[in-house]
Design a protein around this ligand. Structure first.
Ligand code: HEC
Length: 97
C-alpha cells in the first residue's frame, strides 16, 4: 500500500513538471519577440502566415536546427538559453500562426 502511495506521488510530480514546461507564447514573449514582433533584420514576423509559409516548408526539425545554431542575424538559441527543442518548437508554432 505504501508503495502505491509513493507511485501516485511520483506520478503527480511528473504531471506538475509537464505543466511547468514553457509554453510557446511564454518563450516567444521572453526570447523571440525582440526580433520577431517587428521583423527586425529580416526575421519572419510573428503571426504573419505568409512570411512563415516558406520557412514552415522546411519542416519543423530544420527550423529548430536553424534556431539552435543561429541564422544570419539570429543568435544561436534565438536568445533563449534554457529552451529545449520542445520549447523552441512551441514558440515557432505560436509565431507561425
Ligand atoms: C536577435 C534577433 C532574433 C531573435 C532574438 C530571434 N530571432 Fe528568429 N530570426 C531572426 C532573423 C533575422 C531571422 C531570419 C534569418 C534569415 O533568414 O536570414 C530569423 C529566423 C527564424 C526562423 C526561420 C529559420 C529558417 O530556417 O528559415 C525561425 C524558426 C526562428 N527565427 C525562430 C526563433 C525563435 C523560436 C526565437 C526565440 C526562441 C527566435 N527566433 C529569436 C532573428 C531573431
Amino acid at each position: 500500500m505504501k508503495k502505491l502511495i509513493a507511485l501516485a506521488a511520483v506520478a503527480s510530480l511528473t504531471m506538475a513538471t509537464n505543466v511547468m514546461a514553457q509554453d510557446g507564447e511564454a518563450v516567444y514573449q521572453k526570447a523571440c519577440k525582440t526580433c520577431h514582433e517587428m521583423g527586425i533584420a529580416g526575421a519572419p514576423k510573428a503571426h504573419d502566415a505568409a512570411a512563415w509559409e516558406p520557412r514552415m516548408g522546411k519542416g519543423m526539425d530544420a527550423l529548430i536546427g536553424s534556431v539552435k545554431t543561429g541564422m544570419n542575424a539570429m543568435p544561436p538559441g534565438g536568445m533563449c538559453m534554457d529552451c529545449s527543442d520542445e520549447d523552441l518548437k512551441a514558440a515557432i508554432e505560436f509565431m507561425s500562426k
